[in-house]
Ligand binder design. Structure first.
Ligand code: ZN
Length: 92
């Protein structure tokens, strides 16, 4: 599958501070594209939890720290549903 997305540093500059500075070896924000399947190590800025997930999972699907959001750490359709539901509850 061809990947026409840009590099994470360009597309998602907000993720720069969550890219683990030491654990990603040769992978960097300027050579990994936001649609990449590559497993990246992240460090969430608010809690400093460290976890691994695909680049695209964060850059495109906007997943967040699974340790702080365990109830959202389920399959994607369900995740979307629960997230929408909690957003609605919050807004109402
Ligand atoms: Zn966390």
């Amino acid at each position: 599958m061809k990947n026409t997305r840009g590099f994470i540093a360009e597309e998602r500059p907000d993720l720069i501070e969550e890219w683990h500075p030491l654990e990603n070896n040769e992978d960097t924000l300027v050579n990994v594209r936001s649609g990449s399947d590559k497993i990246i190590v992240w460090r969430y800025k608010e809690c400093e939890h460290v976890w691994k997930t695909q680049a695209k999972s964060r850059a495109i699907k906007n997943t967040v720290c699974p340790k702080c959001h365990e109830r959202y750490n389920v399959s994607f359709p369900e995740l979307k549903y629960n997230h929408m539901k909690s957003l609605l509850l919050y807004l109402l």
